[in-house]
Design a protein. Structure first.
Length: 321
């Protein structure tokens, strides 16, 4: 035998020499769940190790993360039921604690990158990402609400607006609203290929944001579809997106790879709450080794073509490094 691939795997140093993909802490984005002021931090029951925190406690968390080398955060609000309504007005209310938290973080830590979430569900009494009328999710009527939400977040100092709602035309709509008000430097990270996945359950526990009726299949993508992600990517690019996101991550590596090959925009993958919960639960049972699983899954997501990864494991990983 002249050709022996094992020669390149013989020692740790040689393996490192020929390693094709590496994980860097600077390419990880850490999600933070925000509670209203004064409430005590509480752990999300289906996401052990992940807490919902009030704005003050969030600042401390951001400070700890920055010290560990994590510079990018994506924020989600846990809005009390009494502040929710059918048109999500709280999302751009001047007293909104989420907007205050963005402002506090950017004032205290201007070097941190703050990414927002744009969708109606955390603020909607219907629990849908768009406006609901007689059981239908209205598209064009939702856009002005998303526009107001995005503008309020930009005014609060957000670096990157993250529309996760999957309404048609929202990237272009938001871009126009931001540009009109002088926020041309604020970027848009579009949830380009967001699938109607069973992996979002723990996140909806964290925000208490599950749909009150129906499901999200008329706006989130069918998990069976691959080429449709390219259609969404072409639209987002044409509408002015700065980043394309694929979500969930591990079950959709083919889609991550496709977007990497077909677009020149950075590709972001979201390792979602259910992916986190699966690893945590199996590790708690002693069935899998958590640290090894985290490294393997994140490396695989990178290898598939993700430039950056949103992951609930970011802090753990940074602390181990
Ligand atoms: C909703 C939104 C969801 C997530 C991010 N934004 C859930 C949903 O679409 O129901 C899920 C993230 C996760 O599961 O970690 N706009």
């Amino acid at each position: 035998m002249r050709i022996r691939p094992r020669r390149n795997r013989r020692t740790a140093a040689i393996r490192a020499l020929v390693e094709e993909t590496s994980l860097r802490i600077s390419s990880l984005i850490y999600p933070l769940f925000i509670l209203p002021p004064k409430l005590a931090a509480d752990e999300v029951s289906s996401m052990p190790g992940i807490f919902r925190r009030n704005p003050e406690d969030t600042l401390k968390e951001v400070e700890e993360c920055l010290a560990l080398g994590i510079a990018s955060f994506i924020l989600f609000p846990a809005v009390p039921e009494e502040s929710k309504d059918p048109t999500a007005t709280y999302s751009y209310h001047p007293d909104n604690f989420y907007l205050h938290t963005i402002r506090m973080i950017k004032t205290r830590f201007p070097e941190a990158t703050v990414i927002t979430d744009v969708a109606m569900d955390p603020y909607s009494s219907d629990g849908h990402d768009g406006l609901v009328k007689e059981g239908n999710i209205l598209n064009d009527e939702t856009l002005p609400i998303l526009g107001k939400m995005s503008l309020a977040q930009a005014e609060a100092g957000a670096d990157i607006i993250g529309p996760s709602d999957m309404m048609d035309g929202r990237v272009g709509y938001i871009r126009d609203v931001l540009d009109e008000k002088g926020y041309e430097e604020v970027a848009i990270m579009s949830y380009t290929a967001k699938y109607a996945s069973a992996c979002y359950g723990p996140f909806r526990d964290a925000l208490d944001s599950a749909p009150k009726a129906g499901d999200k299949k008329t706006y989130q993508m069918n998990p069976a579809n691959r080429r449709e992600a390219l259609r969404e990517a072409l639209l987002d690019e044409a509408e002015g997106a700065d980043y394309l996101m694929v979500k969930p991550a591990l079950p959709y590596l083919d889609v991550i790879s496709d977007l990497n090959m077909s677009s020149t925009l950075p590709v972001v993958a979201y390792q979602v709450s259910g992916e986190y919960a699966m690893i945590k639960a199996a590790a708690a049972k002693g069935w899998l080794l958590e640290e090894a699983m985290v490294k393997e899954t994140l490396t695989s997501i990178k290898r598939a073509g993700a430039d950056a990864i949103i992951t609930y494991f970011a802090k753990d990983l940074a602390a181990q490094a």
